[in-house]
Design a binder for this molecule. Structure first.
Ligand code: NAP
Length: 281
């Protein structure tokens, strides 16, 4: 049997095991997906002892290790190199290669909801591991991309690295979080990539309701709960909303293909998530 892990800390919010184990079972694969709640001081030894083991096929990586994990890998694929962030690892006989499927998942989910993103003005809240991947893919498509983050320097570093990419077509800028009210008045799409509102902190929102407007598409990449406070308040004022569930399935589907070489049973994954997350899916 081959094992794939989810590496993060803490992992109380995670639905990855539910989704991937349902997918492995439905195709009759001798694979299992296990949670690995690893403290930062134990990350390197987990990589060396468990991840490089011949019984391990790979891993998903979540908050807070998408950036730190790169220090322990042998190679990065092109997208992960551009994103400077890894959410998927494949173990080829002890050689660990890092990938990032978050951006592909986010963009596929967004495009299904709003069609072409060409010409859009997008505000991304957060500049962490998931944001790096989402922003990298957006910067190849949209007209304007604004990144607002609690730590301005992190947003500035991200904007600078996106701007240096010759394939980029967006005008990219970095702003402090306290300018959200002003920033939102001039965008079509707002994307939350922070964990604010994620279980168990479900009464928090990254964006005050009074800043929202009906013409917005509000995408929250948090998927647990599927309807965050941000999405509930956006719905109330008549804005279009998109939860992180489809992104979760699509980024997981890409990871599944990298581990098994097979197309993921996305329908099965969605059904299983719906069963477990229930109301508000
Ligand atoms: P991360 O690398 O730790 O980044 C977190 C980001 O959020 C940073 O920009 C951080 O700002 C900001 N932040 C954190 N707490 C904050 C607070 N209290 N106030 C303001 N800003 C705050 O995390 P990540 O791996 O990108 O994950 C972020 C979220 O995305 C998680 O909830 C994760 O579950 C979700 N996610 C969902 C999917 C999906 O498939 N739907 C995929 C990936 C991630 P600073 O720079 O100032 O610290």
């Amino acid at each position: 049997m081959k094992t794939c892990y989810l590496i993060g800390y803490p992992l109380g919010h995670s639905m990855s095991a539910v989704m991937h184990n349902a997918a492995f079972q439905s195709l009759g694969l001798d694979y299992r997906f296990k949670l690995a709640e690893v403290k930062e001081r134990d990350l390197e030894s987990f990589v060396e002892s468990s991840l490089r083991s011949s019984e391990t096929r790979g891993a998903s990586v979540t908050i807070p290790y998408k950036i730190l994990i790169m220090d322990y890998l042998d190679e990065l694929d092109t997208v992960a190199k551009h994103c400077k962030s890894v959410n998927t690892i494949v173990n080829e006989e002890g050689f660990l290669k890092g990938y990032n499927t978050d951006g592909i998942g986010a963009l596929r989910s967004l495009s299904e909801t709003c069609g072409s993103l060409k010409g859009s003005k997008v505000l991304v809240i957060g500049a962490g591991g998931a944001s790096r991947a989402v922003c990298y893919h957006l910067s190849l498509l949209v007209r304007e991309l604004t990144i607002a983050n609690r730590t301005l320097e992190t947003a500035e570093a991200l904007a600078e690295s996106l701007t240096a990419n010759p394939m980029r077509i967006s005008r990219v800028s970095a702003k402090p979080l306290h300018e959200l009210k002003k920033l939102i008045s001039d965008v079509d799409i707002v994307i939350n990539t922070t964990p604010i509102g994620m279980y168990p902190d479900t009464d928090s929102t990254p964006l005050e309701a009074k800043f929202l407007k009906p013409s917005l598409l509000v995408f929250d990449i948090v998927y647990n709960p599927p309807k965050t406070k941000l999405l509930r308040e956006a719905e109330t004022i008549g804005a279009r909303t998109l939860s992180g569930i489809d992104m979760l399935v699509y980024q997981g589907s890409e990871a599944f293909r990298l581990w098994t070489g097979l197309e993921a049973p996305e329908r099965v994954m969605k059904i299983e998530l719906r069963r477990v997350l229930g109301e508000g899916f």
